[in-house]
Design a protein around this ligand. Structure first.
Ligand SMILES: CC(=O)CC(=O)SCCNC(=O)CCNC(=O)[C@H](O)C(C)(C)COP(=O)(O)OP(=O)(O)OC[C@H]1O[C@@H](n2cnc3c(N)ncnc32)[C@H](O)[C@@H]1OP(=O)(O)O
Length: 386
């Protein structure tokens, strides 16, 4: 078994005074301190980072040695899997621990985006789409196709998407690390206005995740270290499922890759969705969160709106989703996102999520996605110590 024993997390947002190295160092130092494990005891470092030309001075794996002198001469590797790069790093570190070669892993997720214009970020992110058929398409444009298909089949769900946006903006008010502390209500999010223009019909600004800088870090340990650490969230199960990249070869509304990843994680953990207390999921666009409700098994295809009507996914509901504010309002520094999600769910299942805490949470789901349901990573975390 593998455990999360500590974490670090910068604020997400427009962090003009921090470059890539500053972000890595801040999150990494905090995680080591939090775990109470000396840098010298770290056996390897895994860094999730997308980049795609967003920063010229990449090589974040080697930048990570700046976290502490004790890390010099340790193996450090960067992983890239589009917006799931952070989870790719988490999963690789977990496998190294399970293989018995590593006892202590330091995992960092990092991205620096806000120094670029929105069109430049859009172009860089667009590299994660299928270039033979989708070159030049923006990610808002990609997910607009999902929303158009959903509206065509199941009717106009503008209000449903607005409810998701308003929920996540409200949740972010309780997360001091979130980028946007602005209550945007359902009416504002449902209405096209000068302050909420259409980005790619039917998606408006409030249907999109943010452009962000930020980093998150985890210290992960092997079972033998369990007596030595003061807190531990166990990876009860994980699942990675990749689907083919071309959108033309996928039934968009089935969201098959996400569904398979999440259900495989449930099966491996021996649970159903009814056992999950809390979830952080990849709401890169509000339509993605709606489709994820259906992929999680909370509702049948076309019925995701029911879980909002029933209050299920709100704070105080049966399975609150994105209590952190999600990518929508916490922010989405793409390489950091998967690590941030694991951090936040670990905090939830250990009762350490402060104002965001779902009382009594024991089991949590992380679902992080690269591309439009292409690289899908699901983890079930369980609080076991601390
Ligand atoms: C790639 C993968 O593998 C999978 C994925 O995850 S895909 C997701 C990848 N990420 C994205 O595509 C990012 C999507 N978001 C965007 O492109 C941009 O945020 C956007 C086009 C929605 C808006 O950009 P913009 O028009 O340049 O907005 P900007 O000028 O920065 O801000 C204008 C106002 O809108 C607000 N705003 C900006 N983005 C916002 C958002 N997403 N939600 C709510 N408000 C937002 C700002 O706070 C600002 O408000 P004030 O005027 O009150 O200060």
């Amino acid at each position: 078994m593998v455990y999360i024993a500590g974490w670090g997390h910068t604020k997400f947002g427009k962090l003009t005074d921090m470059d890539l190295q500053d972000l890595i160092v801040a999150a990494g130092q905090e995680a080591l301190m939090d775990a109470g494990i000396p840098a010298a005891d770290v056996d390897g470092i895994w860094v999730g980072h997308f980049n795609a030309g967003m920063v010229p001075d990449g090589f974040p794996s080697s930048l990570s040695l700046a976290i502490h002198d004790g890390l010099r001469y340790k193996p450090a590797t960067r992983l890239e899997n589009a917006c799931a790069s952070g989870s790719a790093a988490v999963f690789a570190a977990r496998q190294a621990i399970l293989a018995g070669e590593v006892k202590v892993a330091l995992v960092i997720g990092v991205e620096k985006m806000t120094h670029l214009s929105t069109p430049d970020v859009t172009a860089a992110l667009g590299h994660a789409a299928y270039q033979r058929e989708e070159a030049g398409m923006s990610f808002p444009g990609v997910f607009a196709q999902f929303a158009q298909a959903y509206f065509e089949k199941y009717g106009d769900h503008t209000r449903t998407l607005a409810k998701i946006a308003a929920k996540n903006h409200a949740n972010a008010m309780k997360n001091p690390l979130a980028q946007l502390h602005k209550e945007l209500d359902e009416e504002f999010c449902a209405t096209v206005s000068d302050r909420n223009p259409v980005v790619a019909a039917p998606l408006k600004v409030t249907d999109c995740s943010l452009i962000s800088d930020g980093a998150a870090a985890l210290v992960m340990v092997a079972e033998d270290l369990l007596p030595a650490v003061s807190k531990a969230a166990k990876f009860r199960s994980v699942a990675q499922i990749n689907d083919v990249l071309p959108m033309s070869q996928r039934d968009l509304l089935k969201f098959e890759g996400p569904r398979r990843a999440i259900h495989t994680a449930y099966e491996r953990a021996g649970i159903t969705v009814d056992d999950v207390d809390v979830a952080e999921v990849h709401d890169c666009f509000t339509i993605a969160e709606l489709l994820i409700y259906e992929s999680m098994g909370l509702a049948a295809h076309g019925h995701g709106a029911d879980v909002l009507e029933a209050g299920t996914v709100y704070p105080g509901g049966k399975l609150p989703v994105n209590l952190s504010g999600g990518l929508k309002a916490k922010g989405h520094p793409v390489g950091a996102t998967g690590v941030s999600m694991h951090t936040l769910v670990a905090r939830q299942v250990l009762g350490q999520a402060d104002e965001m805490q779902r009382p009594g949470a024991e089991l949590g789901l992380v679902f992080n996605m690269g591309g439009s349901g292409v690289a899908n990573y699901a983890s079930i975390l369980e609080g076991v110590k601390g």
